[in-house]
Ligand binder design. Structure first.
Ligand SMILES: [Zn+2]
Length: 552
C-alpha cells in the first residue's frame, strides 16, 4: 500500500479485538469463516439492510502473544490518520482518479441528457486502452418520455480456456440530480477534503463505474488474458426507470449473456463508527417494491342524515384487517445464512429467534419474536403497511370515497398478483384494490460458493478478517432486471463505508480516499479471480449454473 502512514495501536482495543477474533473464528460456519470479524465494543448497528446487531462486552483477559500477532493483522486504516490522494502515486491509481474526476464533472441526472456523453467518453477511454472498436458498444436508448440515455458494453476477450460463459460486470452512469445551491461544494466537481472525495456520484455509482473501468484498463495494460470473457455493462437510467438494464438482457442479449453478474452498485462493506470493518454484504436478492391503493366509494349525502354504510368506516375496517394479517414466513439461501450469522452475535431472545428460524422457518415462537423487530421482520416475510390516507370532501358531507395507500415489500419469488389477491381477500369485495404502476417481481439468486470465494479474496486484500454475509436488500437496483432476465446477480460494491459517511442520493455525497484506492485493489483481485487465472472454489454444487436460469 503505497504511502500508507504509520498509526498508533491502542492496546485496550487490541485486547478486545483479539478476544473477539478468537471467539468469532470458532463460532462462524465454514461458508462464513472467510475471515473473522474484529469489532471490539458493545453495539454495532445498521448495515446496508438496516439491520442491527448486538454484541456482548468483551472480557479483557488474553494472552500477550495473541495481542502481538493481532497488532500486525489489524487493518491499517482502522486506526490510521486520514489519507490523501497524494499518497497514491502509481500510474494506474492516478489514471483512476482522472477518470473519477472526469465522470463527476458530468451532470448525468434525469432530464440533463448527459448520459450518452458519459458513455462516449468512457468508450474513448477503452479504445485508447487497447480494446478493439468491435468490443466497445455505445447503445443509445430513448425513454417513453423522449429522454436520451445510453448503455455502454465492453467485452474483455478471454482465451476460452475455462470453457465457461462470460461474467457480466454492472454499474450505472446516471445519478440522482443535485442542486448546486444546496451543496457546500459544487456537486459536479470532484473535491478532495480531509481524507474524502466529495461530489454527486462519488458513491452511487460513479465509484463503481470508475473501479470497473480503471481495472479493465489496468489488466489490459498488464497483458492479463482471462480464461473466459468479462463483459462490462454500464446502464444509464438506474435511478429512474431501469429501462437500459432491461434492454441489456432483452434487446442486446447477444452482447451481455453471461453465467452470472457482479453488480458494483449494491452490497459492500460496513465500517463501525471507529473505522474498523464489521461486515461485507453480498446482495443476492432484492424485495419487490409495490404500492397499492384501497378505495371504498359510496353515494354519500348530507351529514345530517347519515346512512348505515360509510366509506371512511368501511375503509377503516379494511385497514384493521390488513393490520392484523401476517404474510407467511419465507426463507431463501441468503436470509437463512444471514440469520445464522447474525444469531451468533445477537444477544438474548432476538438472537435465539434468529437461530431457531434459520433452522426451522415454521418455528412460530421465533417468527413471533422477529415480528416485533422492525429491522428484522422484513427479512422474514412480505410486508404491507398503510402509508397514506385520503377521503371525504367536506366536513358536512358523507364521504363519497376514501382511499388508503398501502406499500408492500414483497419477498423475492412471490408474484405481485399473489399479494394483490391476498389483499383483496383480506379487505372484501366492497373495497377496490389497485396496484400502482407496473412493479417487476424480484427473483433471488442462489448463494454460489465460487462467487463467495472470489469475494473473500477481494475482501482479504483490503480488509482482512471481515466476515462475508449474503444480503436480501430492501432497496432496488438494476440487479433486479438482470435477475429477471435469467442471469443470477450478486451485488458486491467494492467499498467499506461508515453509516455516518453514507450520503447516497443526498447532500454532500462522499467517499473516503482510502476506500477509493482500496476499491481498485478489490476489483483487481476479484476480476483476476473470476476471470479464471486462479479460479477459486467449484461452482458444481449450484444447480442451474451455466444455463443462465439461476433465478427462482
Ligand atoms: Zn446506484
Amino acid at each position: 500500500m503505497p504511502g500508507r502512514r504509520s498509526f498508533q495501536v491502542d492496546r485496550a482495543r487490541c485486547q478486545a479485538l483479539a478476544e473477539d477474533l478468537e471467539r468469532r473464528t470458532r463460532a462462524l460456519p465454514a461458508v462464513l469463516r472467510l475471515g473473522s470479524s474484529n469489532d471490539p465494543d458493545g453495539v454495532h448497528r445498521a448495515n446496508a439492510s438496516g439491520t442491527r446487531f448486538e454484541t456482548s462486552q468483551m472480557e479483557m483477559n488474553m494472552r500477550s502473544a495473541t495481542l502481538a500477532v493481532l497488532a500486525l493483522l489489524l487493518p491499517a486504516g482502522a486506526l490510521s490518520p486520514q489519507d490523501s490522494s497524494t499518497d497514491y502515486r502509481e500510474p494506474y491509481q492516478q489514471r483512476a482518479l482522472d477518470i473519477y474526476r472526469d465522470l463527476i464533472g458530468y451532470r448525468s441526472a434525469a432530464s440533463h441528457e448527459q448520459v450518452p456523453a458519459v458513455a462516449r467518453y468512457l468508450a474513448d477511454r477503452f479504445r485508447a486502452g487497447g480494446f478493439p472498436d468491435g468490443d466497445v458498444h455505445v447503445l443509445p436508448l430513448t425513454t417513453p418520455d423522449g429522454e436520451s440515455t445510453a448503455s455502454l458494453v465492453v467485452r474483455y476477450r478471454g482465451d476460452g480456456s475455462s470453457q465457461r460463459k462470460p461474467i457480466l460486470l454492472l454499474a450505472h452512469t446516471d445519478v440522482v440530480d443535485a442542486l448546486p445551491e444546496d451543496w457546500d461544494r459544487d456537486p459536479f466537481t470532484l473535491v478532495e477534503e480531509d481524507g474524502y472525495f466529495f461530489g454527486r456520484g462519488t458513491f452511487d455509482d460513479k465509484f463503481g463505474v470508475t473501479m470497473l473501468t480503471a481495472t479493465f484498463l489496468r489488466l489490459k495494460e498488464e497483458g492479463f488474458v482471462p480464461g473466459r470473457d468479462l463483459i462490462l455493462a454500464f446502464t444509464g437510467d438506474e435511478e429512474t426507470a431501469m429501462l437500459t438494464a432491461r434492454s441489456l438482457v432483452t434487446d442486446h442479449r447477444e452482447l451481455t449473456d453471461a453465467e452470472y453478474a457482479l453488480n458494483a452498485d449494491a452490497g459492500g462493506g460496513v465500517l463501525g463508527e471507529d473505522g474498523h470493518p464489521l461486515w461485507f454484504l453480498v446482495q443476492t436478492s432484492e424485495k419487490t417494491y409495490a404500492t397499492f391503493e384501497l378505495t371504498v366509494t359510496n353515494p354519500g349525502g348530507h351529514s345530517s342524515t347519515p346512512r348505515p354504510d360509510n366509506a371512511i368506516y368501511e375503509l377503516a375496517t379494511a385497514l384493521k384487517s390488513l393490520e392484523s394479517y401476517r404474510f407467511p414466513v419465507r426463507m431463501n439461501d441468503a436470509t437463512r445464512l444471514y440469520f445464522e450469522a447474525a444469531s451468533r452475535i445477537t444477544e438474548g431472545e432476538v438472537g435465539e429467534a434468529m437461530r431457531r428460524l434459520a433452522a426451522d422457518p415454521q418455528d412460530a415462537w421465533a417468527a413471533e419474536v422477529l415480528w416485533n423487530e422492525p429491522e428484522q421482520v422484513g427479512i422474514t416475510r412480505t410486508t404491507c403497511v398503510a402509508t397514506m390516507l385520503r377521503g371525504g370532501h367536506a366536513e358536512n358531507a358523507l364521504p363519497q370515497s376514501a382511499t388508503a395507500t398501502v406499500n408492500c415489500r414483497i419477498f423475492p419469488g412471490v408474484e405481485v398478483t399473489e399479494v394483490e389477491q391476498t389483499l383483496q381477500q383480506l379487505v372484501g369485495p366492497a373495497v377496490e384494490v389497485e396496484v400502482l404502476g407496473e412493479p417487476t417481481a424480484s427473483l433471488a439468486s442462489p448463494v454460489r460458493d465460487d462467487v463467495m470465494a472470489a469475494v473473500a479474496q477481494g475482501v482479504e486484500k483490503i480488509r482482512p478478517g471481515t466476515p462475508i454475509i449474503p444480503l436480501m436488500a430492501p432497496y432496488g437496483t438494476d440487479g433486479k432486471e438482470i435477475r429477471q432476465g435469467g442471469i443470477p446477480t450478486y451485488g458486491i460494491m467494492g467499498i467499506f463505508i461508515k453509516d455516518s459517511d453514507q450520503f447516497a442520493h443526498g447532500l454532500n455525497e462522499r467517499v473516503s480516499v482510502r476506500a477509493f484506492y482500496d476499491g481498485l485493489e478489490f476489483w483487481y483481485t476479484i476480476l483476476q479471480a473470476v476471470g479464471g487465472m486462479n479460479t477459486p472454489g467449484t461452482p458444481g454444487e449450484v444447480p442451474g449454473v451455466g444455463s443462465g436460469s439461476g433465478g427462482r
